[in-house]
Design a protein around this ligand. Structure first.
Ligand SMILES: Cc1cc2nc3c(=O)[nH]c(=O)nc-3n(C[C@H](O)[C@H](O)[C@H](O)COP(=O)(O)OP(=O)(O)OC[C@H]3O[C@@H](n4cnc5c(N)ncnc54)[C@H](O)[C@@H]3O)c2cc1C
Length: 432
């Protein structure tokens, strides 16, 4: 279980630090590692406890997270918005945020030395419902249902933002260029400002928390979630939490806690139970990736299937420009390329068409999604693509074939008026 707010500081070699004579004195650094929020940050609580215990100042480092992630323009814009907001809120509390988007934390610390040499560096961790294996690693199942049944405990409660008062101290020794507030890049035409967008929000933490409040308590969103979650158009058919989770401006444990609060108020209805299930899917893929490592991302997937596709680069290149050769899919791709967001149903159609009709390697599609999606996450993206390609955790695909969506039937079920198709039909090329 996550400890309570009084987080015990781990013993550190050479602790407590000697007061140095250089400007600023001893310091404790929190490396954000892409977790751009103050709420539910266990590492921030530990850093604050260490700083208070030793009279050190706190500084926050925002560098390029060291991971296999491929961040595309939509996600980078969201990330910059989240970072700018966090910067402003930390500075308002007197705490410096030093940022260097090109360097990893290790490289940034090397560059900062000897001007700034933190006595301890704590690293923020990705938000998960469970801090340690929710099902023992050696018994971790390959498919979701046994995972859910085997869960050994409840998700851990979130921590509130810590009190940062008095932890800033002097900033004289910090390089000025690193303290300049980050400026979010302007939105590409359409992105973030397109009135058709299903995700028209900025990526910062206050917006994330406002969205959580809106979807759970100020609208019928969560209550109706099970009925609406396969929708294709608009902001309300699903929660739109994933882009915030992707840039770490929202904690999944905060979402879970608020869903429980909703259930205390309104009872455990279908919508809230289904939301818990989807959040557990996220958890399942995160821990699966941790369990299987590179095999999780390998073309043969967890099932180690031999490849069954055609490496047609021309066809793939056309697809990346939004030309899949099917009007339904082209509309989905147009939405994806313009806004970075795509409904879950739309993603399933696109991936199924890519694998079953175009017969292209699923890893190509997954890699492109990782660049294009506003909520891209390697584990969630690969987990879902591999599932649909029949090499991952779809129980039906073990020993069988991948799930194939009958697109005409799907349209009849989920877009009978062709609302999405008309809204996102790609522009017809004009003769030159
Ligand atoms: C081919 C494909 C690729 C995908 N790539 C990503 C990705 O890179 N990043 C990502 O966050 N999600 C991915 N998903 C999962 C899912 O489509 C999105 O999480 C969801 O559409 C986000 O919108 P929402 O927050 O409104 O979802 P909601 O339906 O409101 O769900 C709430 C939350 O539950 C979790 N969730 C829901 N569905 C899934 C799922 N299938 N797998 C894992 N978690 C889920 C997400 O955290 C989501 O924010 C992918 C799905 C497919 C089919």
């Amino acid at each position: 279980m996550e400890p309570s707010l009084a987080v015990a500081a781990p013993p550190l070699p050479g602790w407590p630090p000697r007061r140095r004579t250089m400007a600023g004195g001893p310091s404790i650094a929190l490396a954000l590692e892409g977790q751009l929020r103050l709420d539910d940050q266990p590492a921030l609580h530990r850093a604050v406890a260490l700083a208070r215990q030793s009279g050190a100042r706190l500084l926050v480092l925002a560098c390029r997270p060291q991971s296999r992630r491929l961040r595309g323009p939509h996600q980078r814009r969201l990330e910059a918005q989240a970072l700018a907001s966090l910067h402003a809120r930390l500075v308002a509390q007197g705490v410096a945020l030093l940022h260097h988007p090109q360097l990893t934390t290790a490289a940034a610390l090397a560059e900062l030395r000897p001007q700034v040499q933190p006595d301890a560096v704590l690293h923020a961790e990705e938000s998960r419902l469970f801090a340690t294996w929710p099902v023992a690693a050696d018994r971790f199942p390959r498919v979701f249902s046994p995972f859910r049944r085997a869960l050994e405990r409840d998700p851990e409660p979130p921590l509130p933002p810590p009190d940062l008062a008095g932890l800033g101290d002097s900033w004289d020794d910090f390089p000025r260029a690193w303290l300049v507030p980050p400026v979010p890049p302007p939105a590409a035409p359409g992105a973030g400002s397109d009135p058709r967008s299903a995700f028209p929000f900025p990526g910062d933490e206050p917006t994330a928390l406002a969205r959580l409040q809106h979807y759970l308590f100020d609208s019928s969103g969560l209550r109706d979630y099970k009925a609406t979650r396969n929708g294709l158009v608009g902001t309300e058919f699903s929660a739109k939490f994933s882009p915030f989770l992707g840039v770490g401006s929202l904690s999944v444990r905060r979402i879970w806690r608020e869903v429980l609060r909703y259930q205390e108020l309104h009872g455990a209805d279908e919508g809230s139970e289904w939301m818990k299930q989807e959040l557990l899917w996220r958890e399942f893929f995160l821990w699966s990736e941790q369990k299987h490592g590179d095999a999780f991302h390998a073309p043969g997937g967890l099932q180690q299937r031999p490849p069954d596709w055609v490496e047609d680069r021309k066809r793939f290149a056309r697809w990346t420009r939004g030309d899949a050769g099917h009007p339904l899919i082209d509309a989905q791709l147009n939405e994806l390329l313009t806004t970075g967001y795509l409904s879950n149903r739309g993603r399933q159609w696109v991936a199924s068409h890519f694998v079953n009709e175009l017969r292209l390697p699923w890893t190509w599609g997954a890699r492109f999604f990782e660049w294009a999606l506003i909520d891209a996450h390697p584990a969630l993206n690969t987990g879902n693509w591999a599932y649909l390609a029949g090499v991952g955790s779809d129980p039906r695909s073990f020993g069988g074939s991948p799930r194939r969506f009958d697109l005409e039937r799907q349209v009849g079920l989920y877009d009978p008026e062709q609302t999405h198709r008309r809204l996102w039909a790609p522009p017809v090329p004009q003769p030159s």
